[in-house]
Design a protein around this ligand. Structure first.
Ligand code: ADQ
Length: 468
């Protein structure tokens, strides 16, 4: 049974709706569906306000209603900087060495989810399909159910899901996992993430798994893998029309025949930037003939700059880039070009196109859209080569990339060489196959598949939601 109702998207950050494609991120995936169904998008306003003055803001943009709530400073610190990004983010990326758990922050996380639920419940209509995004909002459905919300609610996790041994290090993990069971559908990026979730429920929560249905805490939950994708043709167009093609031409004249390797990542420890820099240094060490002929352009805008772990990581990366440049640069060649800036997506598309090799080597990543954007921006007649970490979800799908283990610096360096030297026939063959894969799993399919599965979530299960 498919629902004709509105789509209600919920995510930590909302919008933009106008120019969503140019802004990238989640907006690309959601805005079309919200427009088609005359939807509502709910989340944090991005602002803090004193406790008595926290407001719900509402506006309409191109047929989509945006509803956003302020946070108090205390909630911002405890929920966003604290439990979300100092505890759950490292945990989801298998970095328990960086995980900081404080009960006060867990309380803020629950409090913000409860506030979101309270405001959102009032805005919902019968027949709405609610789609909640990412680790910030895991307990949202539980809070909505407490407020007698009966509509179908789905959840999609954009990060990886960790193995049970790692997840069990989180104090009170059971309450977090129980919260998943208030949803009608929970979706993951890859089959591996899905299996890890199911394994955890079986081993740590005494649950059972039958096909995609997971039973625990007295409830049944539909689960599935829904790999996210990009709008392939649109991104390709960005690289071949103004201003992307101008950026491409400008870059080519700056490069003057040199080969460019490109990395584009939020400045985050999960993205493998330190080891990438090191592997590039190793590549230069091993291939003196490449000196003066290759540069690595690393674009890495500051992200979550309020957090200590991110600040010290940035300093380490600055030092590592300086080390490689100090070791190899000559008066007319600087091997590492490093920009701490966000760039317009059309500019990015031109830069990808101008790069002989795309280096995407996260230590752990839910999917990784940069890998897909790099492939989509290439010229099919003379395409570049993608070097991709096996620990990005994208490696499950993009089989014709050169797959590396980012913990193996020697292999990564050797693969950089292989990528640069690859013959044109081989590059074309791989690129063609990768484009077929991108098209088969683009962002429209991700959205369609998830919403269809949510629309079909069995009504009987929704009726029996007695907590144990
Ligand atoms: P992110 O961790 O942000 O996303 P990613 O999938 O690579 O990682 O998406 C980043 C997006 O930001 C890309 O569209 C990229 O073009 C853009 N971007 C990066 N650097 C930029 C810059 N300097 N200027 C402009 N734009 C830039 C999370 C998960 C991923 C998952 C996505 C989607 O961590 O694993 O793939 O959500 O589900």
């Amino acid at each position: 049974m498919s629902s004709p109702g509105r789509l209600v998207a919920v995510s930590n950050r909302v919008g933009p709706v106008r120019g969503a494609a140019a802004a990238g991120g989640l907006a690309v995936g959601l805005v079309d569906a919200l427009r088609e169904r005359g939807g509502l998008w709910f989340g944090w306003s991005g602002r803090t306000a004193p406790a008595g003055r926290v407001k719900l803001h509402q506006e309409d943009a191109e047929g989509v209603r945006l509803a956003t709530l302020d946070l108090t400073q205390q909630d911002f610190d405890g929920y966003y900087c604290g439990f979300c990004n100092n505890c759950l983010w490292p945990l989801m990326h298998f970095r328990i060495d960086l995980m900081r758990f404080e009960r006060r922050q867990l309380e803020a996380y629950r409090r913000v989810n409860a506030r979101f639920a309270q405001s959102l419940a009032r805005l919902l209509r019968a027949g709405d399909l609610v789609w909640v995004h990412d680790y910030h909002l895991i307990p949202l459905a539980e809070e909505l159910r407490r407020r007698r919300v009966r509509q179908r609610i789905g959840f999609f996790l954009h990060t990886p899901f960790p193995p049970t041994e790692i997840l069990s290090t989180l104090p009170e993990h059971e309450s977090l996992i129980r919260a998943f069971f208030a949803y009608d559908l929970v979706g993951f990026q890859t089959q591996e993430d899905l299996v890890r979730f199911q394994e955890h429920v079986r081993r740590a929560c005494g649950g059972t798994v039958r096909g995609d249905v997971v039973t625990a805490f007295g409830r049944e939950l539909q689960t599935g893998a829904f790999p996210i994708g990009i709008d392939v043709d649109q991104f390709h167009r960005y690289a071949f029309t103004a201003p992307g093609n101008r950026e491409f031409a400008r870059m080519q004249s700056v490069l003057r025949g040199r080969d460019q390797f490109i990395g584009v990542d939020r400045l985050d420890y999960s993205k493998g930037l330190l080891r990438r820099m090191d592997a590039f240094g190793r590549y230069l060490e091993d291939h003196p003939k490449a000196h003066g002929k290759v540069i690595l352009l690393q674009v890495a805008p500051v992200s979550r700059g309020d957090l200590t772990a991110y600040r010290s990581f940035r300093q380490e990366l600055d030092r590592e880039a300086a080390r490689v440049n100090g070791r190899f640069a000559s008066f007319d060649w600087t091997p590492v070009h490093y920009l701490n800036r966000a760039l317009p997506r059309r500019t990015l598309a031109g830069l990808y196109r101008a790069s002989r090799v795309g280096i995407v080597t996260p230590m752990r990543d839910g999917m990784n859209l940069v890998a897909m954007e790099y492939v989509a921006a290439q010229d099919p007649a003379d395409p570049g080569v993608l070097v991709l970490s096996r620990f990005a979800g994208a490696a499950q799908y993009l089989r014709e990339a050169l797959i590396v283990n980012p913990y193996d610096g020697e292999q990564t360096a050797a693969t950089m060489h292989l990528a640069r030297e690859m013959r044109i026939q081989e590059r074309r063959r791989r690129h063609e196959a990768l484009m077929r894969r991108l098209r088969a799993r683009d962002v429209a399919r991700w959205r369609r598949d998830f919403l269809a599965a949510l629309g079909e979530a069995p009504a009987a299960r929704r009726g029996s939601r007695k907590a144990r």
